[in-house]
Design a protein. Structure first.
Length: 223
């Protein structure tokens, strides 16, 4: 199991978390850089330094870009990704809040193609639910579940729409689960694997920003 790590806290605010992430880079599928719900309006030296250290440690860097479920102008999406490339030298793109319906699939396909032409070596889609057939073939990784542990755990006898084992390659599916009790993080990792996802991101944090702290799976507490 490898971990997708969205760490949405400024390096100056929690330098220890970023240091631990750098030292555990070998456990990650990729790290999502999100300076300001995107690249921001100007380069951030702290994020640039963190990105350089992560890159040297072998991490795959993904620039966060919001698509607002297909309502955002694709040109603005591309502009954000290009800024991530210019300022932080990211390897790929984490497209958040993407569409999941069959009617929106062609537009998503066009967007992914444009992002790849702009230099994305890897593309991660985050619809947060199991999308219509075709989406998972567009990207290197698709987040087919994003939600609280209470929802995830309540579906042990009736799996949520989070990927069907055997139907899609496990290494192309990811589950992001927040609000996981620290002692149950290993269970969350095992559950993702049982439900057909080879990549996961269980964190103990809660809304509004559950991604402000690292998963115990990376901190050494559950390694």
């Amino acid at each position: 199991m490898s971990l997708l790590v969205p760490l949405y806290v400024h390096p100056a605010e929690d330098p220890g978390a970023w240091h631990r992430l750098i030292t555990a880079a070998d456990l990650t599928y990729g790290v999502v850089l999100n300076p300001a719900s995107g690249p921001g309006t100007t380069p951030d030296p702290a994020f640039a330094s963190a990105a350089e250290a992560l890159r040297a440690a072998g991490a795959l860097l993904l620039g966060y870009v919001d698509t607002d479920y297909g309502t955002r102008d694709p040109d603005l999406v591309l502009d954000d990704f290009r800024l991530h490339r210019e300022w932080y030298e990211v390897d790929g793109c984490f497209l958040d809040q993407v569409t999941s319906t069959s009617v929106d699939l062609p537009a998503c396909r066009r967007l992914v193609r444009r992002v790849r032409r702009a230099g994305a070596r890897a593309v991660v889609l985050n619809p947060g639910v199991q999308p219509a057939p075709g989406y998972t073939r567009l990207a290197d990784l698709t987040v087919t579940f994003e939600g609280p542990w209470s929802t995830y755990v309540s579906a042990f006898t009736r799996p949520p729409k989070a990927g069907k084992p055997g139907k899609e390659p496990a290494d192309r599916l990811c589950h992001l689960v927040y609000g996981v009790p620290e002692a149950l993080v290993p269970l969350a990792v095992r559950t993702a694997a049982e439900r057909g996802a080879a990549v996961c991101g269980p964190v103990t944090g809660e809304l509004p920003n559950p991604w402000a702290a690292l998963s115990p799976a990376l901190t050494g507490k559950e390694r």
